[in-house]
Design a binder for this molecule. Structure first.
Ligand SMILES: Nc1ncnc2c1ncn2[C@@H]1O[C@H](COP(=O)(O)OP(=O)(O)OP(=O)(O)O)[C@@H](O)[C@H]1O
Length: 335
């Protein structure tokens, strides 16, 4: 289990301190795939670097597998870091070494005998689907293949935790999908806990079970991906899940009040709500935006309606009678 308890990180800069993380508390269970998402500058990289103590928190505790990392000696920390490995957006492979030598490298550092290291490296190249690239150099590989080698190298010390810092951000959508499949496969086969840092919703939706949304160094909300993404409660969550600030331009806030409806399951998403409001209640709403998404094999719908101000309460009472629909009024900025 990874536990961050009231972690804060302040960087010194010429113009004063920068509070990159403010009182962040998170628990990531063993074997989970946990996404940390947020806009640029939200503190994602700082957070992930605090998990393996590449950054030392200014305050708070980092506990991995029951061991408190932030009070360890450098030697203890080096040993603990073998269990917490990391992959990066730019792969960070050693370009003068072959793929096999890259995968052997962390084993060399930790004193594994050469023959054993080579045997394990070959198994890992097999696991990531590139057994034939052992003697190739990184520059001879595509970005997706380089990330596979980086994953093999990260697994060389038999870690318990794999940290992925924007690991697919430099890849095209198809390759991204393949790498995410590989990470999920490794999580299932080896039981490794995975922490995914990303600014892409699609990445979190594809592989994560849980997610925390970071905003300005603070955890704005956290929970199951299906729950957070179906009905985000925080302003930062709504900005991520329902982008489209232009919505505010397409209806007159003086004449209509806006509500966001979120639906769960295919029966509810199939309900002709707008038509029923019109035919049964005589309320003519405008649909400002609407979408459906699939999360964890469930279908979720979201619709932003403009309801004529004079009929607002009647419409809300009617919608309240329907099951599996969550309704909330949103302000003029449509968050
Ligand atoms: N070494 C540093 N010195 C000073 N400020 C820093 C340092 N590292 C990060 N920061 C600041 O901390 C804040 C959080 O940065 P961080 O890189 O963690 O965000 P991020 O969410 O990962 O952003 P991005 O998605 O753009 O990488 C930013 O304001 C950044 O400028």
């Amino acid at each position: 289990m990874i536990e961050l308890k009231h972690v804060s990180k302040t960087f010194d800069s010429d113009s004063g301190g920068v509070d990159a993380l403010k009182d962040v508390s998170l628990t990531i269970e063993d074997g989970d795939i946990y996404g940390i998402i947020g806009m640029s500058g939200a503190g994602k990289s700082t957070l992930v670097r605090c998990i393996n103590l590449l950054e030392k928190p200014t305050a708070g505790e980092v506990v991995v597998d029951g061991q408190r990392l932030d009070t360890m000696t450098p030697a203890q920390l080096r040993a603990a870091r073998r269990e917490i490995t990391m992959i990066f957006q730019r792969f960070n492979l050693l370009m003068q070494r072959t793929c096999l030598q890259n995968v052997c490298f962390p084993m060399e550092l930790s004193g594994v005998k050469k023959a054993d290291a080579v045997r394990r490296a070959k198994e890992l190249l097999e696991l990531v689907g590139l057994p034939d690239k052992a003697q190739a150099y990184p520059a001879q590989l595509s970005g997706g293949q380089q990330q596979r080698i980086a994953i093999a190298r990260a697994l060389a010390t038999q870690p318990k935790v794999l940290l992925c810092d924007e690991a697919t951000s430099a890849l095209d959508p198809n390759t991204t999908h393949q790498i995410l499949e590989l990470i999920r496969d490794i999580n299932q086969k080896l039981g490794i806990t995975v922490v995914v840092i990303t600014h892409q919703m699609s990445v979190v939706k594809t592989i994560c079970n849980h997610v925390a949304i970071l905003d300005g160094g603070v955890v704005a909300e956290k929970g199951l991906v299906s729950e957070v993404f179906a009905a985000p409660k925080s302003a930062a969550g709504r900005r991520l899940v329902f982008p489209g600030g232009a919505d505010a331009l397409v209806s007159d806030p003086q004449a209509v009040r806006r509500v966001r409806l979120t639906f769960r399951d295919s029966v509810t998403t199939g309900t002709p709500l707008v038509a029923r409001l019109a035919s049964e209640e005589g309320i003519l709403c405008t649909v400002i935006s609407a979408s459906t998404q699939k999360l964890s094999e469930e279908v979720y719908g979201s619709m932003l309606l403009g309801i004529p101000s004079g009929q607002f309460q009647r419409a809300m009472d009617y919608i309240d009678t329907m099951s599996n629909i969550r309704v909330e009024e949103v302000d003029g900025h449509v968050q």
